[in-house]
Design a protein around this ligand. Structure first.
Ligand code: SF4
Ligand code: SF4
Length: 193
C-alpha cells in the first residue's frame, strides 16, 4: 500500500498529533499489522479518499495533515464494522472519532463541510434538549444551506411525521442529566476527577 506525500522526521510516536489521537481514543494504532480487513468491510470505503487501513497507518506515522484533512474522517458513519472485524482489536471507529475531535479543536477546515455542520448542530441539539430534536436539526441544516434546498425533502418529512418518526416539539426535561454527563466527561478529560 502506498500513501503519497509522506515525509518522516524524528519519531512519529512523539508527535502532538499521535499523542492527541491516543489521548482521545486510548487506541494503540501500532497494534495494526495492515491486514486490511477493516477496509474490506467498511460500507463507505468506496467514497473515502483514504481507506480505514490507510488512516491507521498514516496516524501511527504521525501524518497529521494527511489524516485531519482527509474526507475519510468525515465520511465514516461510526458503524464499527471495522472495529468488529479487526483481528488485533484496534478500535478504528474510535480513532476516526479522535481524528474528528482533533480536527475541530485545531480549526482545520473539514474536507466534507456538510458532515461537520451536521456534527456540530447534532451535538448542540443534544446539549440543549438531552437528545436529538430531529425536526429542529433538519430546519437548522436547511437554513444553513447544508442539506439542499428548503423544500427538497419536504415529502419525506411529511411521511415521517405521519408515522410519528419526526416530532413537532423537542423532549422536555431531559437536558439536565445530559448536561451533567457532559460536564463530568469534560472534568474527567481535564483530569479534575
Ligand atoms: S483490521 Fe486491524 S490489523 Fe487489519 S488493517 Fe485494519 S486496523 Fe490493521
Ligand atoms: S466505523 Fe467508519 S471506518 Fe469503520 S467500517 Fe464503519 S464507516 Fe467504515
Amino acid at each position: 500500500m502506498e500513501i503519497s506525500g509522506i515525509s518522516l522526521t524524528g519519531d512519529p510516536r512523539r508527535t502532538d498529533f499521535v499523542r492527541s489521537v491516543l489521548a482521545e481514543s486510548d487506541v494503540d494504532t501500532n497494534l495494526c499489522y495492515q491486514c486490511r480487513k477493516c477496509a474490506a468491510g467498511c460500507p463507505v470505503a468506496y467514497a473515502m479518499d483514504l481507506t480505514p487501513t490507510q488512516v491507521i497507518h498514516a496516524t501511527r506515522l504521525g501524518q497529521r495533515d494527511l489524516v485531519l484533512r482527509s474526507k475519510t474522517i468525515w465520511l465514516c458513519v461510526s458503524c464499527e464494522t471495522c472495529t468488529t472485524r479487526c483481528p488485533q482489536g484496534v478500535d478504528i471507529a474510535k480513532v476516526m472519532d479522535a481524528a474528528r475531535i482533533t480536527a475541530l479543536r485545531e480549526g482545520i477546515e473539514p474536507a466534507v463541510p456538510e458532515v461537520a455542520k451536521f456534527h456540530k448542530k447534532a451535538m448542540r441539539s443534544i446539549r440543549r434538549h438531552g437528545r436529538m430534536f430531529e425536526l429542529g436539526l433538519l430546519i437548522g441544516l436547511k437554513l444553513g444551506g447544508a442539506s439542499g434546498p428548503l423544500t427538497k425533502d419536504m415529502g419525506l418529512g411529511m411521511k415521517m411525521m405521519r408515522k410519528g418518526k419526526l416530532k413537532f416539539l423537542p423532549a422536555f426535561g431531559k437536558a439536565r442529566p445530559v448536561k451533567r454527563m457532559i460536564k463530568r466527561a469534560k472534568a474527567l478529560a481535564a483530569g479534575k476527577e
